[in-house]
Ligand binder design. Structure first.
Ligand code: D6G
Length: 855
């Protein structure tokens, strides 16, 4: 139990962001908390655990959401605005408690209430399991977008899957990754509301028949039910609460009826699991396509349930049609925008066609116009191994009617291509939705492009590359369809929540407008020489570093020096992200120190964290190598405190919230042209870290915003990479020319870091020497030199923190509010209202009948 100490007193002084706790509200929160402990948790304080307290607080905070949630939905029903539907197979939400308190503006009240009850709110917050329903950037982006859509007052919905197991927990055993199941629902989930009354049937398998009227009918299907679970998504300070609706698979009563009838009751009940496996587990791949049938089932399951729900809401909405029930689909694209987060939900296109043509009886042409106008597709990667191509045989078996529809879409599209480019059969082959070799497959990106009115990339360089590489032919044919929407992050979670002291320091100088309009951070720019502000920013960083150092000591039993430079690379482990390049730098520093122990050296703590897909052999080897290198360096008395290497086990949203505010140097070192945007880069910038990076993804725009002199850019550009490949890239040449590089690779290859097995990392070294797909060796020298400049600057704390401040000041563009405003205006055709709804205790939203009469 917490006692009052100096830190608590300090926290209480920080009132600019958190506000001043109202005495009446604190009393109400305490009462509600005690009521939930008693009635919901059925505990008294003699037997309550910290987890019970967490749940009591979660329910107390949730109570504050309910009225706002219902009223927001009533408001949408009354006003009937165009609805925005974000379809995503991933939502990497992390924790909900603190975010809800921040967005409702009740953090100081809850703080005070817990304090008065003798509880430490931070300890309770740390008990919440992350909702890890995503792999990395793509899933976290969806989560940031939900926050922004609610904060901008858009009538928006996130639709996805309620995976029973999210992204695995990563344990490091003997330096290697071991995956453990993420049983995140084990203790229950205070934030979701199951809605069994709205279950929806979903069909699989079966065959297609023709009816007398010439319509197609999908028959003899196997049915699985989709059960919705709703999670509230509160906007920041506007009393809007949107819905994230996640579907869970439920076997129908009749599942395997044959077995029931045959008397094998037990087997029949056990087999219900087969149907319910659809929503069991998140596929743990980032930027990689794994063509498994269960994954295809997940995609269709999500899309089919969602579209039924969208159409149900469209038909029952108030305006747009004279009939009490909307019967015409003409207004559908004016009332519905469907955003596809990558191709994962691209079956929405044939599914919407099936519903409109086979069920609603529209003509193909009308249905196609509606589908195209309603759908838009976001591309997230250029890596060929990530592009989804489903085998035709698999679609034919699981979704026979959809395959027919895809063929029909393709044949009409090929006619269009032939008309536009007569005789250009190569082009037709390249643009076809159907790939013929080596196996017949459907190219889902082509389907998504053809079925959408807008296609967007996620950073300027990425959107430009799409137009001249993978989607070149499509861009030539439909130049007007291609847009850019540079990614963003929500400043609520990524500053106010994770770095409240920094938010306070900023507030003190420029007020709190930046929280809802991040461009206001520019007002800090003229204060770059305000020594008091610089000192304050330094102090905040130092405190965050000390806090992280304590966490690292406690969690990994590694002692780090909080005055050393915290150099951090956290993201999924992938060859293109080049964690190995970072590793080569570490080894180089180590070798230099060993050779010359008394050389002047800027101490560094280098932290690397991230999960590898369980089936990604080299990525797992890279984790092993980082840990092996760390073991040698951290235990070498000659190195001492100068250099430490920490692998941050089980990197996830809640760990990011601890690490990012404590970082000095952010590593964004992917090969130019491979990282579509990155969003981690933006989080670090917003929290006052300096970036070392390549001209890749959003780094390009970060450089533009902050100025060349305030970011460490190194290495090849996209054009340099193209040139190099044209010339014929041989990594061996670089190895032979650079003695430090040669030494590092020889050590990896020869077992220097793996005394237990000389050949342990031979594969890794050979990959670099013989198939260095991401040109690490070509960028090595530039990277090392750039790192030297970083160290040089770190010696001058004032110059360093001045640049930190300028980075914070220039990070406004990277708010997901800006991104969402652009999606809203330029793709969805809706105006972000930023309306503030009245709070439940204020006037009613819907006038009661008698009030209406009075007016
Ligand atoms: C609110 C008000 C109610 C409306 C409902 C819509 O509860 O009148 O019917 O929202 O819910 P959805 O149809 O948007 O799921």
């Amino acid at each position: 139990m917490a006692t009052f100490n100096q830190t608590d007193a300090d926290k209480r002084k920080q009132i600019s962001v958190r506000g001043i706790a109202q005495v009446e509200n604190v009393a109400t929160i305490k009462n509600t908390f005690n009521r939930h402990l008693h009635y919901t948790l059925v505990k008294d304080r003699n037997v309550s655990t910290q987890r019970d307290y967490y749940f009591a607080l979660a329910h107390t905070v949730r109570d504050q959401l309910v009225g706002r949630w219902i009223r927001t939905q009533q408001h949408y029903y009354e006003k009937d605005p165009k609805r925005v539907y974000y379809l995503s197979l991933e939502y990497y939400m992390g924790r909900t408690l603190t975010n809800t308190m921040v967005n409702l503006g009740i953090q100081s009240e809850c703080d005070e209430a817990m304090y008065q009850l003798g509880l430490d709110i931070e300890e309770l917050e740390d008990i919440e399991e992350d909702a890890g329903l995503g792999n990395g950037g793509l899933g976290r982006l969806a989560a940031c977008f939900l926050d922004s859509m609610a904060s901008l007052g858009l009538a928006a919905y996130g639709y996805g899957i309620r995976y029973e197991y999210g992204i695995f927990n990563q344990r490091i055993k003997d330096g290697q990754q071991v995956e453990e199941p993420d049983d995140w629902l084990r203790f229950g989930n205070a934030w979701e509301k199951a809605r069994p009354e709205y279950m929806i049937p979903i069909n699989f398998y079966g065959k297609v028949e023709r009816t007398d009227t010439g319509r197609s009918k999908w028959v003899n299907t196997q049915v699985v039910f989709a059960m919705p679970y709703d999670t509230p998504i509160p906007g920041y300070g506007n009393n809007c609460v949107n819905t994230m609706r996640l579907w869970s698979a439920k076997a129908p009563q009749s599942f395997h009826l044959k077995f029931f009838n045959d008397g094998d009751y037990i087997q029949a009940v056990c087999d219900r699991n087969i149907a319910e496996n659809i929503s069991r587990v998140l596929y743990p791949n980032d930027n990689f396509f794994e063509g498994k049938e269960l994954r295809l089932k997940q995609q269709y399951f999500m899309v089919a349930a969602t579209l039924q729900d969208i159409i149900r809401r469209f038909k029952s909405s108030k305006f747009g049609c004279r009939d009490p029930v909307r019967t015409s689909f003409d207004t559908f694209p004016d009332k519905v925008a469907i955003q596809l987060n990558d191709t994962h939900p691209s079956l929405a296109i044939p599914e919407l066609m099936r519903i409109l043509v086979d069920i609603e009886g529209l003509t193909w042409e009308k249905a196609w116009e509606i589908t195209q106008k309603s759908c838009a597709y976001t591309n997230h990667t250029l890596l060929p191994e990530a592009l989804e191509r489903w085998p035709v045989s698999m679609l034919e078996n699981l979704l026979p009617r959809h395959l027919q529809i895809i063929y029909e879409i393709n044949s009409k599209f090929m006619e269009q291509v032939a008309l536009r480019y007569p005789g250009d059969f190569d082009r037709m082959g390249r643009m076809s939705l159907v790939e013929e070799t080596p196996e017949k497959r459907i190219n889902m990106a082509h389907l998504a492009i053809v079925g959408s009115h807008v296609i967007n990339g996620v950073a300027r360089i990425h959107s430009e590359l799409l137009k001249i590489t993978v989607f070149k032919d499509f861009y030539e044919m439909f130049p007007g369809k291609f847009q850019n929407k540079t990614n963003g992050i929500t400043p609520r979670r990524w500053m106010v929540l994770c770095n409240p002291s920094l938010a306070d320091a900023v507030c003190e100088k420029i007020d709190d407008e930046f929280i809802t309009d991040l461009k206001h951070l520019r007002k800090l720019e003229p204060l770059a020489d305000d020594m008091a502000l610089l000192r304050n920013i330094q102090k905040v960083k130092q405190e965050n570093k000390m806090k992280l150092a304590t966490y690292i000591e406690k969690t990994y039993h590694v002692t780090v020096d909080p005055t050393s430079m915290f150099d951090v690379q956290v993201k999924r482990i992938h060859e293109y992200k080049r964690q190995l390049l970072n590793c080569l730098h570490i080894i180089t520093l180590y070798n230099r120190l060993k050779k010359n122990p008394n050389m002047p050296f800027v101490p560094r703590t280098i932290m690397i964290g991230g999960k590898a897909a369980p089936g990604y052999f080299i990525a797992k080897k890279i984790i092993h190598l980082i840990n092996a290198v760390g073991r040698v360096i951290n235990n070498d008395p000659i190195i001492g405190k100068k250099l430490k290497v920490v692998f941050l086990e089980n990197y996830r949203v809640s760990l990011a919230e601890k690490v990012i505010p404590a970082t000095d140097l952010s590593e964004q070192i992917s090969l130019a042209g491979t990282e579509a945007s990155g969003t981690g880069n933006m989080k670090f910038m917003l929290n006052g870290a300096l970036t070392i990076g390549t001209l890749d993804g959003a780094n390009v725009e970060m450089k533009e915003e902050v100025g060349d002199e305030n970011i460490f850019i190194f290495g090849m550009t996209v054009d340099d990479v193209t040139e190099l490949h044209k010339k014929g890239y041989k990594s061996m040449d670089y190895y032979e020319k650079n003695p430090e590089l040669k030494q590092a690779i020889d050590q990896i290859k020869g077992g220097y870091f793996s005394p237990w097995d000389q050949y342990c990392f031979k594969d890794v070294a050979d990959a670099l020497l013989y198939h260095d797909r991401f040109c690490l060796l070509a960028d090595y020298e530039a990277y090392i030199k750039c790192q030297e400049k970083v160290s040089e600057l770190y010696k001058d704390p004032v110059a360093w923190s001045r640049k930190c401040l300028l980075n914070i000041a220039a990070s406004g563009k990277f708010s997901s509010d800006r991104t969402i405003e652009q999606y809203a205006r330029e793709i969805w055709g809706v105006e972000p209202t930023r309306t503030k709804l009245p709070a439940p205790h204020e006037v009613p939203i819907i006038p009661k009948e008698e009030d209406k009469k009075k007016n």
